[in-house]
Design a protein around this ligand. Structure first.
Ligand code: NAD
Length: 376
C-alpha cells in the first residue's frame, strides 16, 4: 500500500503524521509519499521525512499514486475532483455537520474515514483525535485568557497588598473543559464548572474545581456519555445559575457541545453586559454556533469592554504536540486497516473501522451520519 501525507492549507499549521512515526509504517511494509513542505509549519522539514524513509513529491504525484490519502482538514473541491474511486480519503471532516460533503463523497463512490467519528469506546481511546485535540484546546484557551486578562490568575500576597485570584467559569466538563479546569487551577485561579452531566461532578472536584449544581438535567444513558437537549424549564434554571456565576467571573471558557447539533446557547448578550469590563470569554464551541450569543467564529469581538474570542482551532497554535498526538491517533487507526505485507485491508466487521467509515462504494457506514443524512 502507498500512503500519501498531504500538506494542509490556509491557517492550518499541523501535519497529519510527523516523521518520527514513519518507522512504524515502513516496518509494516507501507510505502510513504509526502507532499513537499507538508511538515514545514510543524517544524518537520522535508529532509526529516526523507531520512525516515518517505519520498517527498508534489501534491499531484501524491494524488496520482497513493492508495490512502491522509490530511487533517477536509478536502478542497479540487482535491475531491482529483480523487479516484479506488482511493481512500482519511481526515477529520465533521460529517454530522458537513452533510453536503458526505453527499459528494457518496455520489463519487469514494471510500472515506473521518477521524472525528471514531467510536468513544475504551478500545478506540488511542485513536481518539477529539480527545487529543480537546486536550490541546483546553490548555491553550486558558493560557490565552491568562495572557489577555488585565488582572492576575493567582492570588498574590505582596508588600504592595493582596491581589485576589481570578474567577474562571468553565461551561462544559468534557475533555476540553476538564483540561481547562486543571490548567486554570494550576495557574491559581478559582474555578467554577458547569455541565448537564452529573457524572462529571466528581472529576471536577478532584481537579480542584467547584461544580455549579442545577437540578433536573435530562441525561440519556444511551447517548454514549454525551449530553442531550434539555427541557425549557431546565434551560431557564440553568440560565439563572450561569448568569449569577458569570457576573462574578473574570474569564469564561465555553466548551459545551452536543454532537451533530448546534452548540447550546448559555451566555446571552445581557449576561455579557453584566460582566466586569476587561473580562474574557473564550468560546471553543464557536465552529458549531458558540455558547455565547455574541461569539463570531474565528473572530474576536469586544463588547462593552468584554473580549469574546471565537476560536475553534487552538490545536493549530501548538503544531508540534498537536501533530504528534493527531499522528499517533491516526497511526493506531491505520494499524486496523493495514493487513499482511502492508496491503490495505478494510474489515467492516470491526466496529471501529465501520464506525469511522463515512462512505464506501456509494453507501454510508457510520450509523449516526446515515440517520442524519436520511432525515434531511
Ligand atoms: P463534547 O465536546 O461533546 O461536549 C463538551 C461538554 O459539554 C460535555 O461534557 C457535555 O456534557 C457538555 N454540555 C453539553 N450541553 C451542555 C449544556 N447545555 N450545558 C452545560 N454543558 C453542556 O464532549 P467530549 O469532551 O467530546 O466528551 C463527551 C463524553 O465522552 C465524556 O463523557 C467523555 O468522558 C466521553 N469520552 C469517552 C472517550 C472514550 O471512552 N474513548 C473518549 C473521550 C471522551
Amino acid at each position: 500500500m502507498i500512503l500519501g501525507i498531504l500538506k494542509e492549507s490556509g491557517t492550518e499549521t499541523r501535519v497529519v503524521v510527523l516523521p518520527e512515526l514513519l518507522p512504524d509504517l515502513t516496518a509494516q511494509k507501507v510505502e510513504v509519499l509526502v507532499e513537499k513542505s507538508a511538515g514545514a509549519e510543524a517544524f518537520a522539514p522535508d529532509e526529516a521525512y526523507a531520512e525516515a524513509g518517505a519520498k517527498v513529491v508534489s501534491r499531484k504525484e501524491v494524488f496520482e499514486k497513493a492508495d490512502v490519502l491522509l490530511q487533517i482538514q477536509p478536502p478542497s473541491g479540487e482535491d475531491i475532483g482529483s480523487l479516484k474511486e479506488s482511493q481512500v480519503w482519511i481526515s477529520a471532516f465533521n460529517p454530522l455537520w458537513e452533510t453536503g460533503l458526505v453527499k459528494t463523497f457518496l455520489e463519487k463512490g469514494i471510500t472515506t474515514f473521518s477521524m472525528d467519528s471514531i467510536p468513544r469506546t475504551t478500545r478506540a481511546q488511542a485513536m481518539d483525535i477529539l480527545s487529543s485535540m480537546a486536550t490541546v484546546a483546553g490548555y491553550k484557551a486558558v493560557l490565552e485568557a491568562a495572557l489577555r486578562l488585565p488582572t492576575f490568575f493567582p492570588m498574590f500576597m505582596t508588600a504592595a497588598g493582596t491581589i485576589r485570584p481570578a474567577n474562571v467559569l468553565i461551561l462544559g466538563a468534557g475533555v476540553a473543559g476538564l483540561q481547562a479546569t486543571a490548567i486554570a487551577r494550576k495557574l491559581g485561579a478559582q474555578v467554577y464548572v458547569f455541565d448537564v452531566r452529573s457524572a462529571v461532578k466528581e472529576e471536577v472536584k478532584s481537579l480542584g474545581g467547584k461544580f455549579v449544581d442545577v437540578e433536573g438535567a435530562t441525561e440519556d444513558k444511551d447517548a454514549g456519555g454525551y449530553a442531550v437537549e434539555q427541557t425549557e424549564e431546565y434551560k431557564k434554571k440553568q440560565q439563572q445559575a450561569i448568569d449569577k456565576q458569570a457576573a462574578k467571573s473574570n474569564v469564561i471558557i465555553c466548551t459545551a457541545q452536543i454532537p451533530g447539533k448546534k452548540a447550546p446557547l448559555l451566555i446571552s448578550k445581557e449576561t455579557v453586559e453584566r460582566m466586569k469590563a476587561g473580562s474574557i470569554i473564550i468560546d471553543l464551541a464557536a465552529s458549531t454556533g458558540g455558547n455565547c450569543e455574541l461569539t463570531k467564529n474565528d473572530e474576536t469581538v469586544i463588547h462593552q469592554g468584554i473580549t469574546i474570542i471565537g476560536q475553534s482551532n487552538y490545536p493549530a497554535m501548538t503544531p508540534v504536540d498537536a501533530s504528534r498526538m493527531f499522528g499517533k491517533n491516526v497511526l493506531n487507526f491505520l494499524k486496523l486497516i493495514i493487513g499482511d505485507e502492508g496491503a490495505l485491508n478494510l474489515d467492516f466487521e470491526d466496529e471501529i473501522v465501520k464506525g469511522t467509515c463515512i462512505t464506501h462504494k456509494g453507501e454510508i457506514y457510520n450509523e449516526r451520519v446515515k440517520s442524519v443524512i436520511e432525515n434531511i
